[in-house]
Write a protein that binds this ligand. Structure first.
Ligand code: ZN
Ligand code: ZN
Length: 249
């Protein structure tokens, strides 16, 4: 593993990540989610990308990402699945399938995903710090994600929303396992879309039986009794993300 290229952006100390995880654990413990919409973080600490509330320019148009769009890059630390192979698949999953099953364009284009031209680790630190989201593929994220079987997201650099009523994050990263991506089919899309749901503010099921037709509450949570195989964001996911963007969650 290339420790250097996988490290969080260097200007952010690791304690921020640790602090966020501790806070998230407390939030997850104390909030009892509602049963009819996929869940979002509420209160002061809201784990979502800061740009979700704003929009730039024409719907899905323009020649490049604006300051309120979400630019993302892809990288891989495993030669078994190079970034050049998986990046086009991630882009297709996020932005190039039917509009009602992709994250791109959600919440009236306040989710506006732009793939960066190069891989994350090909940028200088200054360039990389202009990219909001990173999708990172590795053989294992056990130490970061809390177990060998897990993918997860991390959030760094909390900033206060313009409303002054919550904090959200300048950068978020999705950590995906090579094994989850390798077949590049619906199962891989399920992981990509689930982790992207976290990037835009959605939460996992909160308790056994907390299941619904949602990419956040699907059979990735079989251990919670959830059996829906849906691999793409659903109408309830889109409603929830619209509420987050509207600060109405
Ligand atoms: Zn926010
Ligand atoms: Zn999750």
């Amino acid at each position: 593993m290339d420790e250097q290229s996988l490290a969080p952006r260097q200007r952010f100390p690791r304690w921020m990540l640790a602090g966020w995880m501790a806070t998230a654990a407390v939030v997850g413990f104390h909030h009892v989610p509602t049963a009819n919409a996929s869940h979002s973080h509420t209160g002061w600490n809201q784990v979502h990308i800061a740009t979700i509330h704003g929009n730039d320019g024409p719907v899905g148009g323009g020649s490049g990402p604006g300051s309120q769009d979400e630019e993302y890059c892809v990288m891989s630390s495993t030669s078994a699945l190079p970034a050049a192979t998986i990046a086009p698949f991630i882009e297709q999953t996020l932005a190039k399938l039917a509009f009602n099953i992709i994250w791109d364009g959600a919440a009236d284009w306040r989710v506006d995903l732009w793939r960066a031209a190069k891989f994350c680790n090909q940028y200088t630190t200054a360039e990389r710090n202009r990219i909001e989201l990173e999708f990172r593929v590795a053989e294992s994220w056990a130490s970061l994600c809390g177990g060998e079987q897990y993918a997860c997201v991390t959030a760094v650099n909390p900033v206060t929303d313009s409303s002054g009523r919550h904090q959200h994050y300048m950068y978020m990263n999705a950590h995906l396992k090579r094994e989850q991506m390798a077949a590049m089919g619906d199962r891989a899309r399920k992981f990509i879309n689930h982790e992207t749901g976290h990037l835009v503010g959605l939460k996992d099921p909160g308790y056994y039986g907390d299941c619904m037709h949602s990419v956040m509450h699907n059979n990735l949570y079989l251990s919670y009794g959830c059996t829906d195989p849906v691999w793409h964001p659903t109408s309830s996911d889109f409603v929830s993300v619209r509420n987050i963007a509207n600060r109405a969650n």
